[in-house]
Design a protein around this ligand. Structure first.
Ligand code: NOJ
Length: 572
């Protein structure tokens, strides 16, 4: 949502000279069919799909759950497309069995979900009250997964902060959240850690900081431009480190799990590869995005370029200190190395060019102007769903290689990758999603051949669901959810058939087979599509009966009344 919908024509020819040391050179830049790489993933590669609590669970006020900032935000008029809310969403809270069977159908190795903090601790403060019913729900989900041989991969914070912590402390603007989050995490390790071995502290903190505290498009909806995002991020990084240490000292020996974080990052490619300024601007784009969080976690401090740019601008704005907070020496060594694996969420790419933003007054400063760059897109890039989501598979491989080089080849799990569609009608033949997955997964395979240590992949998402400020208008699911129907039935899209084949072959065996998968997937979906197409009619009829029945009753009562009055009058 960050980019105005203007298409820039990019008419440069990009030549990237790459010296791959491996014998098996795979064409780096081209994205035509001849560059598709047929081959399989390393044995034991883990295939999964993902979701998050607020986006799928529903049951927002059931069984003692406390309010989250998203419950409150989505109930305010004008914040979400169509004023949608996550009140019932996919009713995931009541459909654990159904959803686990969908995962079995896909033959998933892992399932990524998040735990709702206010469902376990309604006020967010552990000493207040623990909601055992909430614990039971996640116990059930975890047990069902394990029974089905699906590894649970758990995110502790996917944006649904307890509302009380927002009201009392100002949410992530306040340092006290570090301890409250640590207590919540500790509770999760204590109750679920015997069965859960993959933990992620935060999901996409970039979004929390920028959209929650800078632009206000997301909960809690604050617009603290130029400072809010940096402060939120600062506390989130500290909270992450603290939780990692808690696990490391108190649980690791016994539970033998891993604790990481899930960061998101678009790739930024220089518009003009021969222009040093563009190359630096593109580097800045990625450092301000992924590097903002990854650099402290792997190297102990913010990227130098962030310190330089924000620091310089703060001085020019007459501020005594940088708007980017600083870590003490002690904090740096405490934060450095707090990551057993790195989760990467990736969806899209931008072309980047250098653009100077005059520093101006500090009131006009923002995260965006601090970067001194402009984002561009190639109008030829496919753009099937969300406005910001252009399909640029080669950017994925570049990002993964960037991670390898910058952070010392860490163990990577791809925690999110996928594409949406805008259509609200019943369209199960998602050919473009098959194309997206095929090409992005293939670029990931090439990255592995480059030597990037990717251990698993998580398709985003298992189901259509609440897409934050976009409500239900953008569908990311492998399974279609009929939100108009109270039961929220799920229907497989064609991409389910395709992804299933990728999983069972652990990659792409050869062209003939892969083309076959695709053809078959589209064939089966056109028949199920017809079935589903009948559906809206039935639900429409139900709706009409609901309206008609009371209306007929009311009408007859009215008519009889009029008739009675008429009779009475005549008597008089
Ligand atoms: C990243 C977020 O973590 C996830 O919740 C969201 O659905 C996707 N982006 C798609 O916008």
């Amino acid at each position: 949502t960050m980019l105005p919908r203007c298409a820039f024509s990019v008419c440069h020819v990009f030549v990237l000279v790459l010296c791959l040391s491996s014998a098996e050179d795979i064409d780096w830049t081209k994205n035509d069919h001849s560059s598709f790489y047929y081959g399989t993933f390393p044995a034991g590669f883990s295939w999964g799909a993902g979701s998050s609590a607020y986006q799928t669970e529903g049951a927002w006020d059931k069984d003692g759950k406390g309010l989250s900032i998203w419950d409150v935000f989505s109930h305010k008029k004008g914040k979400i497309q169509q004023n949608d809310t996550g009140d019932s969403s996919c009713e995931g809270y009541h459909k654990v069995k159904d959803d686990v069977s969908l995962m079995k159908e896909l033959k998933l190795n892992h399932y990524r979900f998040s735990i709702s903090w206010p469902r376990l601790i309604p006020t967010g403060i552990k000493s207040d009250h623990i909601n055992e019913k909430g614990i039971q729900y996640y116990d059930g989900l975890i047990d069902q997964l394990l029974e089905s041989k699906i590894t649970p991969v758990v995110t502790l914070y996917h944006w649904d902060l307890p509302q009380v912590l927002q009201e009392k402390y100002g949410g992530w603007q306040n340092i006290s959240l570090v301890n409250h989050f640590n207590e919540f995490a500790n509770l999760c390790f204590e109750r679920f850690g015997n069965r859960v071995k993959y933990w992620m502290t935060f999901n996409n903190p970039w979004s929390v900081a920028v959209e929650g505290y800078e632009t206000g498009e997301h909960a809690p909806g604050l617009r603290l431009r130029g400072t809010g995002a940096y402060r939120a991020a600062h506390h989130i990084i500290k909270a992450h480190a603290k939780v990692w240490h808690t696990y490391d000292t108190q649980w690791r020996a016994k539970q033998k799990g891993l604790v990481g974080i899930s960061l998101s990052g678009d790739w930024g490619e220089p518009v003009d590869m021969s222009n040093q300024k563009d190359i630096e601007a593109a580097e800045r784009y990625v450092q301000f995005y992924l590097g903002w969080f990854a650099t402290p976690i792997f190297h102990g401090d913010y990227p130098q370029v962030m310190k330089d740019f924000i620091g310089r601008k703060s001085v020019q704005q007459g501020l005594g200190t940088s708007r980017l907070p600083t870590f003490s020496t002690q904090e740096k060594s405490y934060i450095k190395g707090t990551c057993d694996f790195l989760g990467i969420g990736h969806f899209t790419t931008r072309y980047i060019t250098q653009k100077n933003n005059p520093s101006g007054r500090s009131s006009s400063s923002s995260y965006f102007t601090d970067r001194d760059l402009a984002e561009l897109v190639d109008p030829r890039w496919p753009d099937p769903g969300s406005e910001w989501l252009y399909s640029v598979p080669w950017g994925f491989r570049r990002l993964l290689n960037f991670v390898k080089i910058q952070y010392g080849n860490p163990m990577i799990y791809v925690t999110e990758n996928g594409v949406s569609e805008k259509m609200l009608c019943t369209e199960l033949c998602d050919d473009w999603r098959i194309q997206y997955y095929k090409d992005y997964i293939n670029e990931m395979l090439k990255a592995i051949k480059d030597g990037v240590n990717v251990k698993g992949y998580t398709a985003w998402s298992l189901l259509d669901k609440f897409e934050w400020d976009e409500g239900y208008s953008e569908r990311f699911g492998l399974y279609y959810v009929d939100f108009r129907n109270k039961n929220k039935p799920r229907y497989p899209k064609a991409s389910v058939q395709f992804y299933k084949r990728v999983i069972s072959s652990n990659g792409f065996p050869n062209q003939r087979e892969v083309e076959n998968w695709r053809r078959k997937a589209i064939e089966t979906c056109s028949s199920s599509n017809q079935l589903l197409a009948a559906d809206p009619l039935t639900s429409h009829m139900e709706m009409v009966t609901e309206i008609v029945v009371p209306t007929v009753c009311t009408l007859s009562i009215l008519l009889s009344a009029v008739f009675l009055m008429f009779l009475l009058r005549r008597r008089n």
